[in-house]
Design a protein around this ligand. Structure first.
Ligand SMILES: *Cc1c(COP(=O)(O)O)cnc(C)c1O
Length: 379
């Protein structure tokens, strides 16, 4: 069976270094925050080209604390997409704000700037731009909207660690960038972890307080916070992996290029890469009319696949009543759900296995020209 992702394969590659890092933490007598976390925060901020990085417990908390540090909460509206990991929308709810969900564009599947403009009200405080599947949203257009309307821009980089737009690393261009180190993400820990990066010192300092009950350096609370700390083991392990991130992302792109070449001309919609961006392929997501049939066939052929995501946030129980949608609904989001399929993608996936994936898809799909994006007839 070829897995969709394999954090274990990555552990094997770096096993000696990771075991040494774990050993170092075991005898350091500091297991939460401390010098290991501070060192990784410095390394990660440097990598992103931001002045500050603050480690937190997971990517969802990174989003929640970013919103809180920007002063967003009860009564405020935050514009984002329904076509994302539920975590994005759950974070807005947890921060006390109202998620206003707009549609994605039919080619890149990322937030449609035109939808943002139409959704802005006098309660709108921020946009969460999700760099979905590993590539940038239309950042220049979104930055312009944020500037024009005085909105904060939060980049949800959970799927795009190391991705770039021009020569800039994603996460460094909004007010705050939020990252997840969930084991299958491009930079994955061996457990939960998250990070915010920002070049706004006040925001960084506030997240530092919020992640520990609201404490300042004297351990006196100035406001109510939570417990959302990064632990030293995760920081040490992530510190081992960070220097390999660019090479890992390159390998992901090389696998994607093999898929692109091998799957052309089969009537499948292959991932579109935004010009000027570097896609890091957290996921390789194709689209086709007979998705369920293809997925079943691949499972029979020993190829693991996934659907990201099978149920948009606005249709999830408990959330549907809390979100606001545009008048026309979310036609692209809704159409995507039935068409998208994620193929195996992780840096350690070998060429042989990539070819097996291609052959399995080819044996199922024959003929027909490849449409670009979701066909209008599907909307
Ligand atoms: C994974 C993910 C998150 C949440 O990260 P966790 O570490 O799992 O809390 C948020 N947004 C997106 C787009 C994600 O893929």
């Amino acid at each position: 069976m070829i897995a969709l992702a394999s954090p274990l394969a990555q552990f094997r590659v770096h096993e000696t270094e990771i075991r040494a890092a774990i050993d170092r933490v075991l005898t350091a007598n500091t297991y939460i925050l401390g010098p290991e976390v501070a060192a990784f925060e410095r390394a990660f901020a440097g990598y992103c080209g931001a002045s500050h990085a603050v480690g937190v417990a997971n990517g969802t908390d990174a989003l929640i604390l970013a919103m809180r540090a920007l002063g967003i909460g009860q009564g405020d509206e935050v514009i984002t997409v329904s076509h994302t990991a539920l975590a994005t929308v759950a974070a807005v709810v947890a921060a006390g704000a109202t998620p206003v969900l707009v549609d994605v564009d039919p080619v890149y599947y990322t937030i449609n700037p035109a939808g943002i403009e139409a959704a802005i009200t006098d309660k709108t405080k921020a946009i969460i731009a999700v760099h979905l599947y590993g590539q940038a949203v239309d950042l220049p257009a979104i930055q312009a909207i944020a500037r024009r309307h005085g909105l904060k821009l939060i980049e949800d980089c959970a799927q795009a660690t190391g991705a770039r737009l021009g020569d800039k690393v994603l996460g460094s261009m909004g007010d705050v960038g939020c990252f997840s180190f969930y084991p299958t993400k491009n930079l994955g820990g061996i457990g939960d972890g998250g990070m915010i990066v920002t070049s706004d010192q006040a925001v960084a300092e506030r997240v530092r307080r919020l992640r520990e009950y609201g404490w300042n350096e004297k351990r006196e609370a100035q406001e109510i916070g939570v417990n959302s700390r990064l632990d030293a083991l995760q920081a040490a392990i992530l510190g081992v992996k960070l220097p390999h991130l660019d090479a890992d992302n390159k390998r992901r792109a090389a696998i994607a290029a093999r898929y692109d070449a091998g799957l052309a001309g089969l009537g499948l919609t292959l991932p579109a890469v935004r010009p000027g961006g570097r896609h890091v392929y957290h996921l390789y997501v194709l689209a086709c009319g007979d998705r369920d049939g293809l997925q079943k066939q691949l499972a029979a052929d020993g190829v693991g696949t996934g659907i990201h995501y099978p149920l948009p946030a606005h249709l999830q129980q408990g959330y549907e009543s809390l979100v606001r949608l545009p008048k026309g609904g979310l036609p692209v989001t809704t159409a995507l759900v039935f068409r998208i399929l994620s193929l195996p993608m992780y840096p350690e996936l070998g060429d042989e296995d990539a070819k097996r994936v291609v052959d399995a898809v080819r044996s199922r799909c024959k003929g027909a020209a490849a449409p670009r994006g979701i066909p209008a007839t599907a909307l």
